[in-house]
Design a protein around this ligand. Sequence first.
Ligand code: UD1
Length: 431
Amino acid sequence: MDRIRIVGGHPLIGSLTIGGAKNAALPLMIASLLTRETLTLHNVPRLSDVRQLLRIIGNHGVDAAIGGKRLGQSEDQGDSITLSARDIVDTTAPYELVSRMRASFWVIAPLLARMGEARVSLPGGCAIGTRPVDLLLMALEALGADIEIENGYVVARAPDGLRGGHIVFPKVTVGGTHTALMAAVLARGDTVIDGAAREPEVVDLADCLIKMGAKITGAGTSRIEVEGVGQLGGAHHTVLPDRIETGTYAMAVAMTGGDVLLEGARADLLQSALDVLAKTGTDILADDQGIRIRRQTGAIMPIDVATAPFPGFPTDLQAQFMALMTRAQGTSHIRETIFENRFMHVQELARLGAQIRLDGDTAIVEGRNRLKGAPVMATDLRASVSLVIAGLAAEGETTVHRVYHLDRGFEALEKKLARCGAEIERLSSDG
Ligand code: UD1
């Protein structure tokens, strides 16, 4: 298994390019199942989650090519993917495929909408608390689907097709909103989705579906309205930049000090996180090129934060922000309100010398102390990158094990950081 070795203490200086958002690319790829025609996605990040999802939708009959080449020929070429689901050959998404990535469960919506049936294994993915699918199934039922659970599989049926309905989410769910949208676009009649997630990735999916011929208004607000259409066509769509990758590198620069231009980043996608970062004493300059992050001298100020659905502070940046707060001039409180078990990074950060106490859903971080390099273990995607950030600021050598978690969500992480002056390298298991 690969690991990443970091020698901390170097400021980050230079520029790096922000890639397409993983969390937008995944639902967009799944949307290709809604049409017989070709969907071309540009700016798709080269990540293991993307490759895994290509396998999953390939199993349903999607013919995929990356940079003009068929899968297997050259998987790492180019950031454009063409997806053609001319015929759906299988409406079952098996456990072996779905259990590795939670988002793959969302195939249930297009399969059901287009074929009138779907059999999808209950999902897996990052171990960050129980992540049920009750709200996703509730949304499908509101559109007329019959749902049964059989031997670990969700079996959804709508033999006469889905029909429009009123979906009310009692809690904001990104995956639930993606699922509701993809089901409603091909349903007969009108659908109203109340309590919809307002995340930029939902807007990106809706924009792409509109290009494919869907009739959607209100994406980006908590009420989305959909007028069902008989069929959808192909489209070209560019995936929006990754706000979590952006925030992660911004926090890395805030922590190590330095001056880095995050090319292609969009401030409006993570304004709340940038506002928090500014309060810590980091300079932020956003323009058409991207976002420039700079911290020259001076202390990192402790700031209290609570995660919240968009436009609030993203849960996917909570671990990275905690790493930053371990170096602040005082105590900060970080409250996690989205997932109940998303503090696995705490004990690993402690191995680097961080002082963090947990009190229910709140982590109390005592800053001021220096971090010292140590071997640490990645536990989930966002937690593992917080260890990398901490390692960049720690004295001496840090080795992050189980980096396959990082490869799910961060493209060329060590190369991007090394270009900005970090001493970081990937060691393969036999290296
Ligand atoms: C997506 C993101 C993930 C991010 C999360 C919250 C992708 C691929 N993943 O995950 O990176 O951390 O949004 O911004 O886009 N819930 C239920 N019942 C359900 C569904 C969800 O109770 O049926 C709960 C969850 O347990 C959680 C909350 O709702 O407490 C939000 O989850 P949700 O927004 O659905 O997360 P994902 O879409 O899985």
